[in-house]
Design a protein. Structure first.
Length: 149
């Protein structure tokens, strides 16, 4: 093989090696950049989702507290279901977040008043529900697992 052919072959091999090294380096840089970008986007999305969920729950807690404060104490003590039902109706109009209805359970977990009224469920025990058991254990209102109503 002539010197010229050897030089061309060496030069071509060297260029191929340099191009391969350059391609591999660029690919790694782009891959790392893409990973960082995706992770930053996912972190931003998870933070905004967590904030939205936290705000949603805080709003519902405040609304539930406002409803509870507006329930007349004497009507609760005397178990005046008609009066409490009327207040629940007003509260549902004021707080449309509770569109599925509002209800009050006794200390034993029995439903004694709700709005809109469902007479077939009044007196039925809901003490088995997780939200009731956790509320009784904690001695303050909690949000339980969602359920189909």
């Amino acid at each position: 093989m002539k010197l010229r052919a050897k030089t061309i072959l060496l030069f071509a091999t060297l260029m191929l090696l340099l191009l391969s090294l350059s391609w591999w380096t660029q690919r790694n840089i782009i891959e790392q950049s893409l990973k960082a970008s995706i992770l930053a986007g996912a972190e931003s999305l998870s933070r905004s989702s967590a904030t939205a969920i936290s705000n949603f729950l805080n709003d519902r807690v405040r609304n539930a507290q406002a409803i509870a404060i507006n329930l007349p104490e004497t009507a609760l003590i005397n178990k005046d279901a008609d009066r409490i039902e009327a207040v629940l109706q007003q509260m549902q109009e004021v707080f449309p977040d509770f569109q599925n209805g509002l209800f009050v359970l006794s200390e034993t977990g029995e439903l004694w008043v709700d709005y809109p009224p469902h007479p077939e469920t009044r007196g039925r025990s809901f003490a088995f529900r997780d939200y009731f058991q956790k509320t009784i254990a904690a001695k303050y209102g909690l949000f339980g697992e969602p359920y189909v109503s």
